[in-house]
Design a protein around this ligand. Structure first.
Ligand SMILES: C[S@@+](CC[C@H](N)C(=O)[O-])C[C@H]1O[C@@H](n2cnc3c(N)ncnc32)[C@H](O)[C@@H]1O
Length: 273
């Protein structure tokens, strides 16, 4: 994809290599799949699946899993991981959460989107698509970072935004998926009343064998949003300042001296169609 037709959402996530960050998320992904009650035989869509942090554990409990992601490199990485693990009940294909045209209505028992669909533009369209592909009585489970939360990811995004130019007019922050009122409004727009939507504050833990500064380095080199923040900070001569601010954050959040263990709070949303 290039030139005027490039989808900036896709460009952002194909930049770098999110698999490097996902490597620090595997254990929490597996634990989350157990908590949300994915079982053998369920048809599961993992939307914004990356390279399969939740899709592959869902398949390993016996669900029939389709992972959909806008980034072609992550779809390839997911299919590669599935092949390496010998998993035949999980496949990955490219698609856009704002328009899941390749997927039929009511096709899934559970639609999971962990820090995935929240990053798509046009949240009302995204809610409609998630509802459309869920069977009546089926569930949609989202994991969404929370704006102004004091833990890692919300703070990375908050700090980074101070170094990047303001977004274009009409841009809706992905973090608004972490605001309960906004989530209710989006599902209401897709025909799901508030009493069928519930919220839980949950924790996702980043685990990394190196130091917090080395984990930050992974973000700086491979995580699209952080790469963009550093590029902008370099243009304004403030990259060292951004580095120092983020290093302090990663250090402060780390709970295991000698390695890196960083718990981050997120909003778990469950909607029943
Ligand atoms: C923070 S990553 C999370 C990936 C994965 N769910 C995980 O937990 O490791 C966000 C993912 O959402 C995907 N994404 C962003 N916008 C999307 C869209 N419009 N449609 C589908 N996937 C999207 C990105 O490509 C990326 O893989």
């Amino acid at each position: 994809m290039s030139g005027a037709s490039a989808n900036p959402n896709q460009v952002l996530w194909e930049k770098g290599d999110f698999t490097r960050i996902a490597a620090s998320m595997r254990q929490s992904g597996e634990e989350l799949v157990r908590r949300i009650g994915v079982r053998a035989g369920l048809r599961v869509l993992d939307l914004g699946c990356g390279d399969g942090t939740t899709a592959l554990p869902a398949a390993s409990v016996g669900a029939e899993v389709l992972g959909v992601d806008i980034a072609r490199n992550l779809v390839e990485a997911g299919n590669r991981r599935a092949a390496e693990l010998g998993v035949s009940n999980c496949r990955f294909q490219q698609g856009d959460a704002t328009n899941l045209e390749a997927l039929p209505d009511r096709a899934f028992d559970v639609v999971v989107s962990i820090f995935g669909a929240m990053f798509a533009p046009r949240p009302f369209e995204v809610a409609k698509e998630m509802v459309r592909v869920t069977r009546p009585g089926g569930r949609i489970v989202m994991g969404n970072w929370i704006p102004n939360d004091p833990t890692l990811v919300a703070q990375i995004l908050r700090i980074s935004s101070a170094y990047t130019p303001p977004p274009p007019a009409g841009f809706v922050s992905p973090m608004t998926w972490g605001i309960e009122g906004d989530v209710l409004e989006r599902f209401a727009g897709a025909g799901i009343p508030a009493e069928r939507v519930s919220f839980v504050r949950d924790t996702f833990v980043f685990r990394f064998a190196g130091s917090p500064a080395q984990l930050l380095d992974e973000f700086r080199q491979y995580y699209g949003p952080t790469m963009n923040a550093f590029e902008a900070a370099e243009r304004s001569g403030r990259a060292a300042e951004l580095q120092a601010e983020l290093e302090r954050l990663f250090d402060d959040q780390n709970t295991s001296p000698g390695a890196t263990t960083i718990p981050a709070t997120f909003l778990r949303v469950e909607a029943t169609r």
